[in-house]
Design a protein around this ligand. Structure first.
Ligand code: ATP
Ligand code: LTN
Length: 334
């Protein structure tokens, strides 16, 4: 990896089943950007335990997610793909940054408000400081760019504020990261309620396309997708259901809004929904096949996990030691 490349960092939680929203809003962009950056793709298992998890399931999901990163086209020889929990610098830096983040800032985070409403019986301190751990993830690697979906923009703004505050006190320690939003697909909406984002934690399985759904299920879910009054396939604010399906179709086929509208001119919603479903099957089928193939190669995946954790640890420790020195922790005696 050439030294002059800019750094890209991103991550996903190993909670629930990944959706088409995760793929089109994040993973797909990671793949399209990865040649131009020095990339770190993290499975953020430490973030996952802010919501109660079944340990065996979390372990299995974390591995499946790491495998999915590779299956999606991220080459683990060229990109650093690893588990957050294997690099202790994440938690260590998060602790330090907690002391440079205000309660008021964290109280404003909409994800915290949403998740505390959803998990009212377990509003733990980790859920509250979740964005600080995310800031630590990003700043530890001196990332220039962070590709995410729209829902993570507020966390990214906070990351920048924390970094600027820290730099203001101690000099230039952290690179100030920029968010990267894809042109299409940065916010895929629920198929059952187009005012809500498609989410892996939605209780209604028909609201989301899961990346591992089989073709029949995918087609069925699109057929059942909520559309709007009228019968025209047109992109507009008063047609949120149809517009969401157009966005999905654009993201899977690369077509423009005009091309899509023209293609379905004079045709009804039925034809359109079927075409969207088929385009999603075309994207997900090869991905699923590759996941199945890769999952069989335990030795290969294990070697990726080991080597990449070492590489990530090396880079993370460099930033961590610098920060520890700045805040006044005693030097290590060698
Ligand atoms: P949950 O719904 O359980 O909160 P999530 O689906 O938001 O989880 P994350 O692991 O938090 O999943 O997100 C991983 C990445 O996918 C993030 O970059 C996020 O912005 C993106 N993402 C999630 N949902 C969507 C969506 N509906 N449209 C576009 N991008 C999305
Ligand atoms: N908070 C993100 C996941 C996440 C992340 C990160 C994304 C954790 N650390 C660092 C980008 C960079 C989420 O919930 N989607």
């Amino acid at each position: 990896m050439a030294d002059e490349k800019k750094v890209l960092f991103s991550g996903m939680q190993a909670t629930g089943n990944l959706t088409l929203g995760n793929y089109l809003g994040a993973l797909k962009n990671w793949v399209s950007m990865n040649e131009d950056y020095e990339c770190y793709y993290c499975v953020v298992d430490e973030h996952s335990i802010t919501v109660r998890q079944n340990p065996a399931e979390l372990r299995q999901r974390a591995r499946a997610l790491l495998t999915l990163y590779i299956a999606a086209g991220l080459d683990p020889e060229k990109n650093c793909i690893y588990y957050q929990s294997h690099v202790s610098g994440h938690a260590e830096l998060a602790w330090i940054l907690n002391c440079y983040t205000y309660m008021g800032e964290l109280q404003r985070m909409t994800q915290f408000k949403d998740k505390s409403a959803k998990h009212a019986d377990n509003i733990n301190a980790g859920l509250f400081t979740y964005p600080v751990l995310m800031a630590a993830d990003i700043l530890l690697f001196q990332a220039d760019v962070v590709p995410v979906g729209i829902d993570q923009m507020q966390h990214l703004e906070l990351t920048r504020d924390i970094a600027q505050r820290f730099n203001g006190i101690y000099g230039d320690v952290f690179k100030i990261p920029e968010a990267y939003l894809g042109k299409v697909g940065a916010k895929i909406m629920s198929l059952q309620d187009p005012s809500k984002k498609m989410s892996k934690s939605d209780e209604n399985p028909n609201a989301s396309i899961y990346l591992m759904d089989d073709p029949d299920t995918i087609i069925r879910k699109f057929k059942r997708a909520v559309t709007d009054s009228g019968s025209e396939v047109r992109y507009s604010e008063d047609k949120p259901g149809v517009s969401n399906l157009i966005d999905i179709y654009r993201a899977t086929t690369g077509k423009s809004v005009e091309e899509v509208e023209k293609e379905f001119d004079g045709k009804g919603y039925g034809d359109f929904k079927l075409a969207v479903g088929e385009s999603v099957v075309d994207v997900l089928k090869p991905l699923q096949e590759r996941v199945a193939e890769l999952s069989k190669d335990k030795t290969y995946i294990d070697s990726i996990i080991k080597n990449n954790a070492e590489r990530a640890n090396y880079v993370a420790t460099k930033t961590l030691r610098k920060v520890q020195k700045k805040v006044g922790f005693p030097e290590r005696i060698r």
